[in-house]
Design a protein around this ligand. Structure first.
Ligand SMILES: *[C@@H]1O[C@H](CO)[C@@H](O)[C@H](O)[C@H]1NC(C)=O
Length: 174
């Protein structure tokens, strides 16, 4: 019974990984104004002498990653949130919970949970303090299956078995 459960779990996990997800990001809808593309400066990894230096924040997957050419649209820095504007909606950058010092990040469509960010054009991205951790501008980028997955780093833990680099995120000027 336990064996079957394990097998089913492994299978559904494999299917989950292999299944092509719903289109991401969802297409913009609404008025012509909303369909217009707004462009803005990228958010880039700032950690000289690491292989990820200069890589850009991507909004192409629900899990933020660093890529060569990242989000070309405009970021919103309002109400303590970081939003990637798309068609009169935003993908909001949210900080998840974890028992470890590195915290998972997600892009959530129209759902701003984290309101402790500070960022603006030309500055580093800061996460404000919470009951769990102190304010920080440190991030971890970990090579997970060839993608540089980004975490907020609030201490010194790092995921095991993968290569990670410490970095900061800077909002470029155009
Ligand atoms: C990232 O990890 C993959 C294995 O998952 C490896 O093939 C690749 O060389 C690594 N890339 C870098 C830049 O470390």
């Amino acid at each position: 019974m336990k064996y079957l459960w394990t097998l089913t779990g492994a299978l559904s996990m494999a299917v989950g990984l292999a299944a092509s997800p719903v289109p991401w990001p969802p297409s913009p809808t609404g008025t012509l104004w909303c369909l217009l593309a707004k462009i803005g400066p990228p958010i880039v990894a700032d950690s000289p002498s690491t292989p990820i230096h200069g890589l850009q924040l991507s909004v192409d997957t629900a899990t933020p990653t660093l890529v060569g050419k990242g989000f070309k649209g405009s970021y919103d820095f309002i109400g303590g949130g970081i939003g990637a504007w798309r068609g009169c909606h935003d993908y909001w950058l949210n900080i998840g919970t974890s028992p470890y010092s590195y915290k998972p990040l997600t892009w959530d469509f129209d759902n701003k949970v984290t309101t402790t960010w500070t960022a603006s054009v030309g500055t580093l991205v800061h996460a404000g303090s919470t009951a769990d951790y102190l304010a920080t501008n440190t991030f971890l980028a970990c090579n997970q299956s060839g993608s540089w997955v980004l975490y907020l780093q609030t201490g010194t833990d790092a995921p095991s078995g993968v290569t990670c680099y410490i970095t900061q995120l800077k909002v470029n000027t155009l």
